[in-house]
Every structure is written in structure tokens, then in C-alpha cells.
Design a protein around this ligand. Structure first.
Ligand SMILES: [Fe+2]
Length: 381
């Protein structure tokens, strides 16, 4: 089977090894003549980034880059990026990277023509209608990891550097107009990042699948996304140059983010504040929290995870699924608790309150209260 295709769901996706070569075409299709490539500091000097800039330059699109982006992008990174944007007179963003580069690039494109402070566009009620849609620059998204799926999402996560809260900035027009999913861009990922990002995709699929909201399209996507992770993440982890495994993981990432329109849950509600305060890797934090959350949600998900287990070829229904997750975490070198991830002296009360304020809470199949969320957090520690 050739892992190659042009998809228009949920947006225009050029999928296949080597398709980064189409970056100038993708810019043209998105109506961009002077792009600003936004990525993070770690990626800025890597050969894949230089090669992308070379492609742009050869096509007469310049080689402008903004890379002063933290692992958890904040409003300071955004302000600096917007200054570069306005000084340079760009007309579109290439959001390039893992979650940091993709999210900051998308939020920058969104904010390029807005007049209110970014926090006014948090994903609360209909706040997104405050934005001027004409002030949103077109976006080409190029993921270099396989996890966040932000390339097919309509939001970006921005950390408030004063309150250490991760806020979701949302607008339907933040969905990138063009996406290039080229699995060759992910072969250089270190093993720990392959594991962490891949398990973020898995968490998106699992939480979407278990969310009680009605969204049968997402349900199917989440289930097949889980299967791709189960079959191909161990292969990508064992051999980073396995392009077939990398390709299927890239699909799983886009599928997880497509599916979580149905909702996320306690894994992400816990992981967001832990990551914002303790600077832990997002996907790895999710993986550490998943076993305790599956136990926590048991009364509501026993049946649904039994269905997933049957599809995935896992014996033993709900219990078999939980045992599989424990084995997968162990195989991929995931610590058994948050202490093992480097979380020291956590303020459990503050983390509990932040978790309960996270928008992911609404998708959890068991109602989260102060007492049960605090106990869940302690179980993860
Ligand atoms: Fe996530």
C-alpha cells in the first residue's frame, strides 16, 4: 500500500513522504506570497528547517523565519512574533514544528489583524465572535512531530506567563488552509519525543472515544486512530527511520485532533496545569496520567473500552485495555508517576483548582469535583 494522498477532510492535506517539496505550491494555494515561517528555537537550526527555507527562497518567497518560541509558547513570544510580522509586511504564516511552532504560528496568524488582547479570544462561550475574521492571515501547517495534531485544529494553546495557566485560543478560521504531512520530517525525533508525542495522539483518541458527547464521526476516527498507534508507535519508537510506521503515526496524530472535537477529559485537564507549572512534556504527562484516569472513569467507560479492546484485538475487555496501556507505557519508557517525570513539591490544591477550570473537564465521562480530582492527582503523583 502506498502511503500517499490528497485529503480535504478536515482541511486540505498533502500526505506522503517527500511532499515538503510542495511547500511553495501550498503557499500559493493558500494565497500567500510573502510567508513568515514560525517555529521553535530547537528546530530553527535543524536541516529540515533549512531545507524548507531553501525551498521557499528558490520559489521567490523569501526565507523569513521567527523562532523565538518557548516549548510552552506564551504571550511574550506572541508579542515578539507580531512585531516581526508587522515590521516585515508578511501575508501568511507557515506554522512549522511540533505543538509549540504550530500553535504559536496559528495564534500569530490569528492575532495579526486583531485589536483586542489575545486573552479576550480564549475558548469560552462565543468569545471567538469578538474577532475580525478579515484580520486572520492564511496558514500553511507543517507538522514535524506526530502527536499534537494541531495542524488540523482550530485552536492554539498559549501559556499565560504570569498565572502559569494554559489557555486555548479558538477561532474557526485558525484551521490551516493547507497542511503538508510529510513523515520524513519526523525521522529525526528523539525516541523519548516519539513516545511522548505518539502517546499524546493516543490520549486524544482515547479521551474522545470515552467522551459522553454525541459525535459518531469522531467515534470512528478515534477508534481507528487508536489502532494505528497500537500497531505503529512501537515500530516508530524502535526504529525512527521506519517511514511506514512514521506515516501511520502522522495519520494517527491528525485523527486524534480531528476526533477530539467530541471532547477531551481528565487526562488533559490534569496535564495542562501540570505542564504549565512544572514544564513537563505534554504528551508524556498525558501518558503518565492515563492509567489512573482510566481507573477513575471506570464506572462510565467499562463498556466503551470493552468495545475498543475488541476492535484492537486486546483480550479481557476494560481490564485488558488497562493492562495494555500499562504495557505500552513500560515499553516506551514512560515513568510510572509524575515524580518520575520531575514534578517536585507540587501545590496540589492549586493544581486541582486549575484542572477543574480547564475546558477539557466538560468532556470527562465522570463528573469531576474538587475531592475526586484531588485524589486523582495524588494517584498520578
Ligand atoms: Fe494533547
Amino acid at each position: 500500500m502506498k502511503l500517499f494522498g490528497n485529503w480535504s477532510y478536515p482541511t486540505a492535506i498533502r500526505f506522503g513522504a517527500g511532499r515538503i517539496k510542495e511547500l511553495p505550491d501550498a503557499c500559493k494555494a493558500a494565497g500567500i506570497t510573502k510567508p513568515l515561517l514560525v517555529t521553535d528555537r530547537g528546530l530553527a537550526a535543524l536541516p529540515i528547517t533549512t531545507a524548507a527555507l531553501d525551498l521557499l527562497e528558490a520559489a521567490g518567497l523569501g526565507r523569513a523565519m521567527f523562532s523565538d518560541v518557548d516549548p510552552n509558547p506564551n504571550e511574550g513570544n506572541l508579542a515578539e512574533g507580531l512585531k516581526v510580522w508587522h515590521d516585515g509586511g508578511y501575508d501568511g504564516v507557515i506554522a512549522f514544528g511540533g505543538g509549540s511552532g504550530l500553535d504559536l504560528g496559528k495564534v500569530l496568524a490569528f492575532m495579526s489583524g486583531q485589536t483586542r488582547p489575545v486573552w479576550d479570544y480564549e475558548d469560552v462561550g462565543d468569545w471567538w465572535t469578538r474577532a475580525d475574521p478579515a484580520g486572520i492571515a492564511p496558514i500553511v501547517a507543517v507538522p514535524t512531530t506526530a502527536g499534537t495534531g494541531s495542524e488540523v485544529g482550530r485552536a492554539g494553546v498559549l501559556t499565560n506567563s504570569e498565572t502559569h495557566e494554559k489557555k486555548i485560543i479558538f477561532h474557526p478560521k485558525m484551521l490551516p488552509a493547507q497542511v503538508i504531512c510529510d513523515p520524513e520530517l519526523t525521522v529525526g525525533m528523539p525516541r523519548a519525543i516519539t513516545a511522548g508525542t505518539g502517546l499524546d495522539a493516543f490520549a486524544h483518541c482515547v479521551e474522545a472515544f470515552c467522551s459522553p458527547h454525541y459525535h459518531p464521526m469522531s467515534q470512528g476516527i478515534a477508534l481507528e486512530g487508536m489502532r494505528l498507534v497500537k500497531d505503529y508507535l512501537p515500530r516508530a519508537y524502535a526504529d525512527g527511520t521506519d517511514i511506514e510506521a512514521r506515516a501511520h503515526m502522522m495519520s494517527a496524530a491528525a485523527m486524534g485532533a480531528t476526533a477530539f472535537q467530541k471532547g477531551l477529559g481528565a487526562i488533559h485537564a490534569l496535564s495542562h496545569p501540570i505542564g504549565a507549572v512544572h514544564h513537563t512534556h505534554h504528551g508524556t504527562t498525558n501518558a503518565v496520567c492515563m492509567p489512573a484516569v482510566l481507573r477513575f472513569n471506570r464506572p462510565a467507560i467499562e463498556g466503551v473500552l470493552g468495545t475498543a479492546a475488541a476492535y484492537l484485538g486486546i483480550d479481557g475487555g476494560y481490564e485488558g485495555f488497562c493492562a495494555y496501556v500499562d504495557r505500552l507505557n513500560a515499553e516506551l519508557g514512560i515513568p510510572g508517576n509524575l515524580h518520575g517525570l520531575g514534578v517536585r513539591d507540587p501545590d496540589i490544591d492549586a493544581l486541582t483548582r486549575s484542572a477543574l477550570a480547564d475546558p477539557s473537564v466538560g468532556g470527562n465521562p465522570v463528573e469531576m469535583t474538587y475531592d475526586n480530582t484531588r485524589a486523582l492527582l495524588e494517584a498520578c503523583l
